[in-house]
Design a protein around this ligand. Structure first.
Ligand code: NAD
Length: 539
């Protein structure tokens, strides 16, 4: 429908067209808005001040989340301007850690549908359901089945908060128009009994479908997307690890898709490790890295670091020797018979060791936590890392904050301020005894996926490769300034996220054309294509 024909109350109720009190006098004439708005005509800047003041009046993060959620439903451009101009403040509200709480409470705070729900009961009709989506040129889909939401486990249909949040970040951090974005919840039931028994729960109140029944439903969705939204990139998000790997392996070579928990996390972590070399003085190719946790996040990081080490001249087996994993049952080693397929390449010829034993034996320069279990980096662990390194690198990646392997305060205190620390969820600045102050970095995937997605769209890529994540990691690492490195920070200032995403997108799109992965002819000027794609939040 021609947008100019949307007038009166329909214009005010349309979040992408609504400017509320900022409609000018001429616009009020043209769109028949007189009487439907107060007399004063305000600028968007004034509106921003008002919403920010009202946001600050909210007493809890979940109240702030609900406030922002309803602003997004009323006035999309104001919402995205608020978020992108105040990204450091807004990120912890619209994404981790608050999004975790919002998912847990999803059915209780629900106001309005923001994404597309595909239920197991829609089998055979997925194509028709996709066609119900109001926008016809979808370019980015973030999909979850809610089975491993952050580190919070199976939240079933409540997991919808994740695709909604991630897609808001695509717009706020990479300027992708919200109409290109479609959040999808694959509601296949939940094994979380308390959810099934909650009278307000909004999903299927049955156990999860599994095996072929599950895979064929996902396949119906993936194939239907190829037909209805052929240009769309599918981002798999927060699937349980075996499914995450199975789906990625099944589709990565033929469908435009990636798994953010595996590949996005990997690039984010690799970038932090690369940047840390600027502080420690170590050459990246000489590093030894240990992981606590051997699930999708840790193994994804290991796989990309292996690729990066091979690119530095190591053989694959030399690279594998540099990567050790410890999970809840101990060291990933050949003598174990309980390993998952993705662990096998990293099972070393090494007798079983405890976590601390493994640190003392292997002497890693870098320790990366992705367990989903808070408190697993205790003082003994941090002190053992300090015994072998002047400046050990500690990435405590588990989300939300309560699941972080250790807090920033603990890491700096236990290491006497010597650790180079970053975490998945944000921590406030830390002051330790003696008055030294540290600003911990946040290893957030938001540094990576919006840029990679934008680059893939700009290049009209047919598939997403691991090399694109390698490019993204290297590009990101170069954005950390000398001053930031001197202060021990290994991620760049989030205030620069739009520029960072554009740089990553340009590099990724260039790679797409160089490798012939593009589905449309190469444009003369990639930068201009990217600039032209930018969503304008200002009115
Ligand atoms: P997963 O369930 O696939 O893996 C968890 C791993 O941790 C398993 O190998 C398990 O054996 C191990 N583990 C559990 N308890 C342990 C313990 N006490 N000691 C040692 N190992 C233990 O989960 P995942 O997808 O790999 O995600 C793990 C965590 O990483 C989650 O909290 C998630 O939020 C976080 N994550 C963070 C980011 C980020 O910060 N950018 C990105 C992705 C995932």
């Amino acid at each position: 429908m021609n947008e100019e024909l949307i007038i009166g109350i329909d214009r005010l109720k349309n979040p992408s067209l609504n400017k509320s009190t900022a409609f000018t006098s001429e616009e009020r004439d043209k769109y028949k808005l007189h009487g439907l708005l107060p007399t004063a005509i305000t600028t968007q800047d004034t509106q921003l001040k008002r919403v920010l003041a009202n946001l600050h009046r909210q007493e809890s993060n979940i109240a702030r989340y609900i406030f922002l959620n309803s602003l997004q439903s009323r006035n999309e451009r104001l919402f995205f301007r608020l978020v992108s101009e105040n990204i450091k403040e807004m990120l912890p509200i619209i994404y981790t850690p608050t999004v975790g709480e919002a998912c847990q409470e999803f059915a209780h705070i629900y106001q309005q549908q923001k994404g597309l729900t595909l239920s197991a009961t829609n089998r055979g009709q997925i194509k028709e359901v996709l066609q119900n989506w109001p926008h016809k040129d979808v370019r980015i889909i973030v999909v979850t089945d809610g089975e491993r939401i952050l580190g919070l486990g199976d939240l079933g249909a409540n997991g919808m908060g994740i695709p909604i949040g991630k897609l808001s970040l695509y717009t706020a951090c990479a300027g992708i128009h919200p109409e290109y974005c479609m959040p999808v919840m694959l509601d296949v039931g939940t094994n979380n009994v308390s959810l099934r028994e909650d009278p307000l729960y909004l999903g299927l109140t049955q156990k999860r479908i599994q095996g072929d029944e599950y895979l064929s439903l996902v396949d119906e969705f993936v194939q239907a997307v190829q037909e209805i939204f052929p240009k769309a990139l599918i981002q798999f998000e927060d699937f349980l690890t075996p499914n995450a790997y199975a789906l990625l392996e099944k589709y990565r070579k033929s469908i435009l898709c990636f798994n953010d928990d595996i590949q996005g996390t990997a690039a984010m972590a690799l970038s932090g490790v690369l940047a840390s070399c600027g502080i420690t003085g170590h050459a990246f190719k000489d590093l030894r890295l240990m992981f606590l946790g051997a699930g999708s996040a840790a193994t994804g990081i290991g796989d990309l670091i292996k690729l990066a080490l091979v690119a530095e001249g190591l053989t694959e087996s030399e690279a594998v020797q540099r990567l050790w994993f410890v999970d809840e049952n101990g060291l990933i080693c050949k003598e174990r018979d309980d390993l998952m397929p993705h662990n096998l390449p990293y099972a070393h010829e090494q007798p079983m060791l405890s976590f601390i034993g493994a640190i003392n034996h292997f002497k890693p320069h870098v320790l990366i936590g992705a367990t989903g279990v808070g408190g697993t980096f205790n003082s003994k662990v941090v002190k053992a890392m300090c015994k072998h390194n002047e400046h050990p690198v500690l990435l405590s990646l588990s989300n939300p904050t309560s699941r972080s392997e250790c807090t920033a305060q603990q890491a700096y205190e236990w290491s006497d301020g010597n650790v180079i620390f970053a975490s998945g969820s944000p921590f406030p600045p830390v002051t330790i005894e003696g008055g030294r102050r540290f600003i911990p970095g946040q290893g957030n995937n938001v540094y990576i996926f919006p840029g990679v997605g934008l680059g893939a769209l700009a290049g009209d890529a047919s598939i997403i490769t691991d090399e694109m994540f390698l490019i993204a990691a290297k590009t990101l690492a170069k954005q950390v300034s000398k001053t930031e490195l001197l202060n021990g920070t290994i991620y760049p200032d989030l205030d620069n996220i739009l520029d960072i995403s554009l740089l990553i997108a340009e590099q990724v799109a260039t790679y797409v054309f160089e490798q012939g992965l593009n589905r449309s002819p190469q444009p003369g000027d990639i930068k201009k294509v990217l600039q032209d794609m930018m969503y304008n939040t200002i009115y």
